[in-house]
Design a protein around this ligand. Structure first.
Ligand code: AKG
Ligand code: FE2
Length: 323
């Protein structure tokens, strides 16, 4: 009998580094499907959800979103990407096989905005996502209008960072939803979070006090030039903490946590949890996920991410300071 199961555990690679693979250095995300997998069940158990979010900095809800809705968003996304020539249309488009050498000629956030199924999945007023946040925040929810669509080609994932440095101009009480748009196992490479890092303020404090779009009025040594010729500080330009995810883990002492994600899973985390992603080790498949943000409607929102065509971060959102 021919078996297609590979008995070797997959090697986890992030930013080109093979991560340590001993029990004290790598682990599985804590699942919270014991709280239920429906909005009503989660709402009943919201106190425990709060406790876990405080304790872990994240909440992993496997199977909480409707798999059919996730796959509908994926299908529409793959059709859009095939139309733009990024993925092959001589294969089932949902397989997301990359056209070699192709690049996307439009902003991925525009693709996300035009994808009705994705907008419905992430933002429908009475859908599971918004109902989760309404229960969590205990009031009406505002979401950022900007949706970060991650179209990760074979190769490098995302460098370690906290979202606050990108999204900290309004309330800091907001959360990110990382939503796999398809099944994403460790080989295709999903999100990794650094255990306990949301409590390590002695290590992250200076970093968390920064804003990626700060420009120095009195220094001109930056990585990009903003309005009036002001330049930002090079150390802030990407918002990344480091590419050295082994060294970072050794410094922080926790484990890198991840899982084999399935379409329908939802990973929620706060603004100060250090996270990154695994490299896409596939030969030719595009990894598809979105990240979206939610907060209390009554609290101020970071204006970089609000509006029909949000300015996002970069020179156009420069904030001059003396440094
Ligand atoms: O998907 C990724 O590679 C990174 C996602 C991320 O940084 C986020 O969801 O905030
Ligand atoms: Fe992030």
């Amino acid at each position: 009998m021919i078996t297609t199961t590979d008995p070797r555990p997959p090697t986890l690679i992030s930013r080109g580094q093979v991560l340590e693979d001993t029990p004290g250095t790598i682990g599985e995300l804590r699942r919270s499907d014991d709280l239920g997998t429906t909005p009503a069940a989660i709402a009943r158990n919201i106190a425990t959800a709060h406790e876990r979010l405080d304790e872990d900095g994240y909440l992993f809800l496997p199977g909480y979103l409707l798999r059919d809705e996730v796959l509908a968003a994926r299908h529409q996304l793959c059709s859009q990407l095939a139309e733009h020539g990024l993925i092959r249309s001589d294969h089932p488009v949902d397989d997301a096989i990359l056209v070699p050498g192709a690049t996307l000629g439009v902003k991925s956030s525009d693709i996300a905005r035009d994808n009705r199924a994705l907008q419905h999945l992430l933002y429908a007023t009475d859908g599971p996502m918004i109902r989760f946040y309404r229960a969590l925040f205990g009031e009406e929810v505002r979401h950022f209008d900007f949706t970060w669509l991650r179209l990760v080609k074979p190769g490098m994932g995302t460098a370690s960072h906290c979202d606050l440095v990108f999204m900290g101009r309004g309330t800091h009480q907001l959360c990110t939803s990382w939503t796999p748009l398809g099944d994403i196992d460790r080989h295709l490479g999903g999100l990794i979070v650094l255990e306990g890092s949301h409590r390590q303020h002695d290590l992250t404090g200076d970093y968390l006090a920064t804003d990626v779009d700060t420009v120095c009025e009195n220094r001109h040594d930056g990585a990009w030039t903003g309005p009036d010729g002001l330049r930002n500080r090079p150390e802030l330009a990407t918002g990344a903490i480091t590419d050295d995810h082994i060294g970072l883990r050794q410094k922080f002492g926790g484990r890198w946590l991840t899982t084999d994600y399935r379409a329908g899973d939802l990973l929620v985390f706060n603004m100060v949890l250090v996270h990154a992603s695994l490299d896409n080790q596939s030969a030719d498949r595009l990894r598809l996920s979105s990240d979206s943000r939610y907060q209390r409607a009554s609290e101020p929102a970071d204006e970089r991410w609000i509006g029909i065509d949000p300015p996002a971060h970069g020179p156009q959102s420069a904030r001059p300071v003396i440094c």
